[in-house]
Ligand binder design. Structure first.
Ligand code: PLP
Length: 386
């Protein structure tokens, strides 16, 4: 395991919030792609990557595409969601989830998340269901799976489609079944901070043949095989290249090592930070899953006399990277300017956005990096706690 991580060379003494681990195997496969001349999406690594990853998560079909955002666009469109429809999603998530719904003409309906799990729950979803609701988008947040079964039960009860956004849970599992295998359709992202990276990239996964065919078509401008350049529908060029897929295959080969390293990072941070007063750390385990620490997040309690922006700037001065938490969907100016989400208050999502931030969490972190980050963070916080 040390092999992949020891290849990494730190360029400066700054500890970045994330750094991808690109080793010998990635370079070997990318060179193979380049040498073969197959550099577009037509090359053989693309279907190989689709088969390998969909196989790993027990899905019949994987449709590789250019980003996790593209995967969500394709998934929502492929389900036939459109004007007049409502889709429930967590407010505490990335804009891509809401934009995919909004672009179809449907209405995103953000609901609040659990205060310790930071995830959407069936209890928060059910009151938001009405006769216009057609789907639930369940998004696993920061490495801890959503409690899926109660949400699938709701979906069955109300005949709703389920989109599982597993961008942050590649390699994670729920009750021993892989994340990315749940619901009508699921999506991954392969941005460099994910457990598998292709630089930019994503995948849609499903067991439904018709849905898969539709996703393939939407990814590829809705070309019709029998009459090229005659289009009956608008799609996108959301294709993944063979070079990116080569990277993805090499990354998938070491996913188990990545999961081990991330689990180690998470538990070491936990041990080093758990005695800090009035700080909420990530939930490590639930009866149905373990945290795979996509990122290591912290939520500041109200007894501190410093805000998150200032903590992040003090960390930066000490050469430690960090990021704020997601900004809630129901407060996003792009939507509120349109008159959406008036008079909605979702206190947990709002508090997470105000008080949450995450510290360096990438696979290349050494134990001494983790000690350094923890020591610096603890000393900043101790100055501002009464
Ligand atoms: C939950 C979730 N969904 C979707 C995305 C979007 O993925 P991408 O950056 O590949 O477009 C992200 C990105 O971080 C994410 O965290």
């Amino acid at each position: 395991m040390g092999y992949y991580f020891s290849l990494e060379k730190k360029m400066t003494d700054f500890i970045p919030v994330n750094e991808p681990s690109i080793g010998y195997r990635e370079k070997e496969l990318v060179l193979q792609a380049l040498d073969s001349g197959w550099i577009s999406s037509e090359g053989p690594f693309v279907s190989q990557f689709e088969e390998l990853l969909s196989g790993r998560v027990n899905r019949s079909y994987g449709i590789a595409c250019s980003s996790g955002t593209a995967a969500l666009d394709i998934a929502v469109q492929a389900l036939g969601i459109g004007p007049g429809d409502e889709v429930i999603l967590p407010s505490f998530t990335i804009i891509s989830c809401a934009s995919a719904i909004y672009r179809t003409g449907a209405t995103p309906v953000p609901v609040d998340v659990h205060p310790n799990l930071w995830n959407i729950t069936a209890e928060n979803i059910e009151p938001a269901i009405n006769s216009n609701t057609v789907a639930i988008m369940m998004v696993h947040i920061y490495g801890l799976p959503v409690d899926i079964d109660p949400i699938l039960n709701l979906a069955t009860k109300y005949s709703l489609a389920v989109i599982e956004d597993a961008a942050e849970l590649i390699g994670g599992s729920y009750k021993d079944k892989p994340c990315g295998s749940f619901g009508t359709i699921s999506t991954f992202s392969f941005y460099p901070n994910k457990h598998i990276t292709t630089g930019e990239g994503g995948m849609v996964l499903t067991n439904d043949h018709q849905l898969a065919t539709r996703c393939q078509s939407l990814r590829n401008l809705c070309f019709k095989p029998e009459s090229r350049f005659i289009h009956e529908e608008i799609g996108w060029n959301y294709r993944l290249t063979n070079i990116q897929a080569a990277l993805g295959i090499a990354q998938l080969e070491k996913l188990d090592q990545t999961l081990l390293q991330k689990a180690h990072i998470g538990s070491l941070y936990y041990d080093l930070l758990c005695s800090i007063p009035d700080i909420c750390l990530p939930t490590t385990t639930t009866p149905y899953s373990n945290n795979i620490y996509w990122v290591f997040g912290l939520v500041l309690g109200d007894s501190y006399s410093i805000n998150v922006a200032d903590i992040m700037s003090e960390l930066r001065k000490l050469h430690v990277g960090s990021r704020p938490f997601f900004y809630p969907i129901h407060l996003q100016p792009v939507f509120t300017k349109l008159g959406l989400f008036k008079n909605i208050s979702l206190p947990v999502s709002e508090k997470l956005a105000t008080n949450g931030f995450y510290i360096p969490s990438g696979v290349t972190l050494s134990d001494s990096d983790i000690f350094e980050v923890s020591t610096k963070l603890s000393s900043i916080l101790s100055k501002y706690h009464s």
